[in-house]
Design a protein around this ligand. Sequence first.
Ligand SMILES: Nc1nc2c(c(=O)[nH]1)N=C([C@H](O)[C@@H](O)CO)CN2
Length: 118
Amino acid sequence: MDIVYIRSLQVETVIGIYDWEREIRQVVSLDVEMGTDIRQAALTEDIESTLNYKSVCDRLIAFIQGSEFLLVETMAEEIATLVMQEFSVPWIRLRVGKPGAIPEAAEVGVVIERGNPL
Ligand SMILES: Nc1nc2c(c(=O)[nH]1)N=C([C@H](O)[C@@H](O)CO)CN2
């Protein structure tokens, strides 16, 4: 299996369980690894033959900017489902982090893996 990835996608959104978090926008940081087969694209150099990471980024930015999740868990699940369904991705590993949540930590969040590798 090959992987198309996105590292450290930073998007501002409303997220968090506390009252003060519902009134501000915070940065979430995403790492996304998506299972695919790149061989046809490598042969043809045709963007239509591969998973276009720009298209995935554009969709995730729009989705996250418009969302208002309480937990990073829920955001991660919804993003995994979106990417698998809309981009025909059979397997995904996703990290969703909040770099500003805990002053003493560089970042906190979750890592999930969904689907089956090719
Ligand atoms: N496992 C989780 N723990 C916590 C979350 C979360 O989304 N998942 N969220 C918070 C608060 O919103 C935090 O980010 C603000 O301090 C706390 N723990």
